[in-house]
Design a protein around this ligand. Structure first.
Ligand code: NDP
Length: 383
């Protein structure tokens, strides 16, 4: 039996993971759930799935959650300690890391330190602290399996050859809702338009990251840590139909791809049940009559991709600063206070002002994250 704890069960990935668990009730027992603030949904999920423990990050919501779960026998925890307990406790052998942003770092790291199978959706963990996660994984023997559809695709394609035989990892990108917009048009886009992704239904932050192409930049950095390959071997190809989820080119020129409908339940299920592939009832891909197209990304109109690549090339804590500046700028855009086209400019100014620290500790990652957030706010206030 797979005992599953979900960090971020009330989000887009978390709720889809619960659909997978419900469909595979004979294989997966949900043992722990967490949320940021949404006690109503967390309580409803807990009543349905009967985990042993739940945790809410916002401590001020603890009493409400406790009230909602009164009489169920489910243990209720709160705050950072609560999330860490869920990640590292004995209830769950598999942890799905599906909190959004750097808020997911500490609990995900706790799961890695505890030697769990970590099904990783929270890309910000590897982007900000890949070096630390790598070290902890080596010590604890934790398994980190990708949930991000592109990384899951690459992981599946890599079964076709050895790491030494890999020429290039090709991450596909939908191009987001503004793929065909001119620079002048990008200056006018609204929050509602940015949240209207053509192919995927996801949380607000990653949807905006997809529109700026920062998501693809973060994914390059994530892929570098996950697959242990230099960033020069990781390329991006825009594929508006989101059917080819990514590809691997091998030394002899063979290109292996993984195809499917855009549905996160497949990579979530595979990370949970690996090495088994179990049956599923979601719609299947039919290729007849479909056109699949590919084009190079446009770094001029979407500078975030280039910025992430630059940050990864310098390494150390620059990706941490990039991620923090992006999180602040995206939140500001979502609240209607920053134009869409200013997001890359805020990120660029923050990383230009940052002195990288190679081989950082967790404390230095958290300090750089706090510094970069302040710097981003300062940059935005000035503009
Ligand atoms: P959502 O915004 O939909 O959900 C985020 C989850 O994190 C919610 O459960 C939320 O709780 C919780 N959360 C938010 N803030 C905090 C906090 N400070 N402390 C603890 N928990 C918190 O995000 P997604 O599901 O879209 O994305 C989750 C992660 O997965 C991201 O890193 C994203 O990049 C990655 N990912 C997502 C994909 C997708 O299809 N959605 C695809 C590939 C990767 P609450 O509901 O209470 O706010």
């Amino acid at each position: 039996m797979i005992t599953l704890g979900i960090l971020g069960s009330t989000g887009s990935i978390g709720t889809q993971a619960l659909q997978v668990a419900e469909a595979l009730a004979d294989e997966i027992k949900v043992t722990a759930l967490t949320a940021g603030r949404n006690v109503e949904l967390l309580a409803a999920q807990a009543i349905k799935f009967c985990p042993k423990v739940v945790a809410i990050a916002a401590k001020e919501r603890y009493t409400e959650l406790k009230r909602l779960l009164f009489g169920t026998g489910i243990r209720v925890l709160a705050g950072e300690e609560g999330l860490t307990y869920v990640a590292a406790g004995t209830e769950s052998k598999t942890i799905l890391a599906a909190i959004v942003g750097i808020a997911g770092l500490k609990p995900t790291l706790a799961a890695v330190r505890a030697g769990k199978r970590v099904a990783l959706a929270n890309k910000e963990t590897l982007v900000t602290a890949g070096y630390i996660v790598q070290q902890e994984r080596e010590i604890s023997g934790a398994e980190i399996l990708p949930v991000d559809s592109e990384h899951s695709a690459i992981w599946q394609c890599l079964r076709a050859g050895s790491k030494e035989e890999v020429q290039t990892l090709i991450l596909t990108a939908s191009g987001g809702p503004f793929r065909t917009r001119s620079k002048a048009e990008l200056a006018q886009v609204t929050v509602q338009e940015a949240l209207n992704h053509p192919n995927w239904s996801m949380g607000a932050k990653i949807t905006v990251d997809s529109a700026t192409l920062m998501n693809k930049g973060l994914e390059i950095l994530e892929a570098g840590w996950l697959f242990g390959l230099p960033l020069e071997k990781i390329k991006v190809l825009v594929h508006p139909e989101s059917i080819v989820h990514s590809l691997v080119e091998f030394a002899d020129g063979a290109v292996i791809g993984q195809l499917g409908l855009p549905d996160m339940r497949l990579p979530i299920q595979l990370a949970l049940t690996y090495p088994r592939r179990l049956g599923a009832t979601w719609p299947r891909l039919s290729l007849a009559g479909r056109k699949l197209t590919f084009e190079e990304p446009d770094n001029e109109r979407f500078p975030c991709l280039r910025l992430a690549q630059q940050a990864g090339k310098i390494g150390g804590t620059v990706p941490t600063a990039l991620n923090a500046a992006n999180e602040v700028a995206v939140a500001e855009f979502l609240s209607g206070r920053l134009p869409f086209a200013q997001i890359p400019s805020v990120v660029e100014q923050v990383i230009a002002a940052h002195q990288t620290q190679p081989e950082p500790t967790l404390d230095s990652v958290l300090a750089v994250d706090a510094w970069a957030r302040d710097k981003a706010r300062y940059v935005m206030a000035k503009e």
